[in-house]
Design a protein around this ligand. Structure first.
Ligand code: PLP
Length: 413
């Protein structure tokens, strides 16, 4: 039951029985979709010899790492804890770390887990670079090519003016020394977000123009994340051309570290209707899940997750086009779907259903594996949803449950 197929095929409001039987709210991770994503990523590696890592900040449900591991070269971490998680839970893979700034007191321990360590500034390279190299680690630096290929999502654009992410050419020329360049085996850039390979092509051109002179003795170039590789209309052939060209020209191994693409469409949020209220002629269904607590990117990004059997609409939000976005149809029943918290803006969006909702109805949102379980919170004392797995054989098993203790534990003793 691959999610992309469910959303493509379901016109009627028709929740499979299996989702009605579980305790809600719950995230359900779709094993079959994870494998399908993995196969696409594996094929790119087989065709080019590049290496693809899971960026754990998007998806770190480590019970599923054994499912993904056969298709990936390892994990990418944003700091000490994710590096340790990757080393512990995907031990057969490489562990790469990039952090905006490393802490003195963590660095020794980080060296135990990491294979590649990427620094965000010349000063950080100077501070920690030799220590990392002496410990046998592959040292890299993140550059900022200052080429924005996205608009609308400013908080996800590391190339904007005033960005702290990556060394600009100006800073490189001002502070980099020959001894520091000696430490480098790799260059890292991360500038994309949910983009196709044409944006990568544009970025690479500028990266080469600005920094190409320093690529002579490198072993690897890391293209970062934000490649929406497993989206149905993504141009894989163009990506492959980019990878092959760079590998050949500079004699390097290319790394990619997508987060989203690894677990795209590979999770559901299963929730129940607690109440239906009316205001100004609008029907509002209050759910047992919250945008603010359980799907924070719905508000932060913003976007709207697809809802099984429904069409969706929200001003200013993007909707995952591949899963059946359609123009709202006046024959349908519009509902504002919202959380039970006190935050007025705890709203997922307006969805057009083909029947009226009643208390106790089950709703199933799609594309809920990424930036959800690893980013949720217990604001308002909201319970954390269980995390379950929908196995290939159609069974749903609970991986972990949370209760009052999980809420209380983080706040005191
Ligand atoms: C966020 C991030 C990623 C993953 O990005 P996705 O958009 O989830 O693919 C990879 N590398 C770095 C350095 C990041 O900050």
């Amino acid at each position: 039951m691959k999610q992309s197929e469910i959303f493509a095929g379901l016109e009627k409001y028709d929740v499979p029985k299996i989702f009605e039987e579980i305790k809600t709210p719950a995230y359900v991770i779709d094993e079959e979709q994870l494998i399908a994503n993995g196969q696409i990523l594996k094929e790119i590696q087989d065709r080019t010899g590049c290496k693809i890592l899971l960026a754990q900040k998007a998806f770190s449900n480590y019970n599923m790492y054994k499912t993904l591991a056969p298709y990936l070269a390892g994990t990418e971490a944003s700091g000490l804890y994710e590096a340790r998680l990757g080393a512990e839970e995907m031990p057969e893979g490489e562990v790469h770390v990039f952090c905006g700034a490393y802490r003195d007191e963590d660095f020794e321990e980080l060296l135990k887990y990491a294979d590649h360590i990427v620094f965000n500034s010349v000063a950080q390279l100077k501070r920690f670079g030799s220590q990392a190299k002496d410990a046998g680690k592959s040292v890299g630096i993140r550059i900022n090519p200052e080429v924005s290929t996205q608009d609308g999502h400013d908080i996800y654009d590391p190339c904007g003016s005033g960005s702290r992410l990556g060394v600009t050419l100006e800073q490189w020329q001002k502070h980099m020394t020959a001894e520091l360049i000696e430490l480098l085996e790799g260059i890292h850039f991360h500038t994309l977000c949910e983009q196709d390979s044409d944006a990568l092509e544009t970025t690479l051109k500028v990266v080469e123009e600005r920094f190409g002179a320093y690529f002579k003795n490198l072993k690897w170039i890391n293209f970062g994340g934000g490649h929406h590789i497993t989206r149905r209309d993504y141009d894989v052939d163009r990506l492959i051309k980019c990878i092959e060209r760079i590998q050949k020209k500079y004699g390097v191994t290319v790394y990619l570290e997508p987060g989203e693409a690894c677990a795209l469409n590979a999770g559901y949020m299963v929730t129940k209707v607690l109440d239906v209220v009316e205001n100004d002629g609008k029907q509002i269904a209050i759910l047992d899940s919250s945008a603010a607590c359980h799907m924070p990117d719905v508000i932060e990004m913003p976007y709207m997750p697809p809802l099984m059997g429904a069409m969706a609409h929200r001003e200013g939000a993007t909707f995952n086009g591949e899963t059946g976005s359609k123009a709202p149809d006046s024959k349908n029943y519009p509902y504002i779907l919202a959380g039970p918290t006190c935050l007025a803006g705890d709203v997922i969006g307006t969805y057009f259903l083909d029947r009226e909702l009643s208390v106790g109805d089950t709703l199933v949102f799609g594309d809920m594996a990424i930036y959800t379980t690893c980013k949720n919170n217990t604001f308002n004392g909201m319970p954390l949803p269980d995390i379950c797995c929908l196995h290939k054989n159609g069974e749903i098993k609970t991986l972990v449950s949370f209760g009052y203790e999980s809420f209380k534990e983080r706040l005191g003793r």
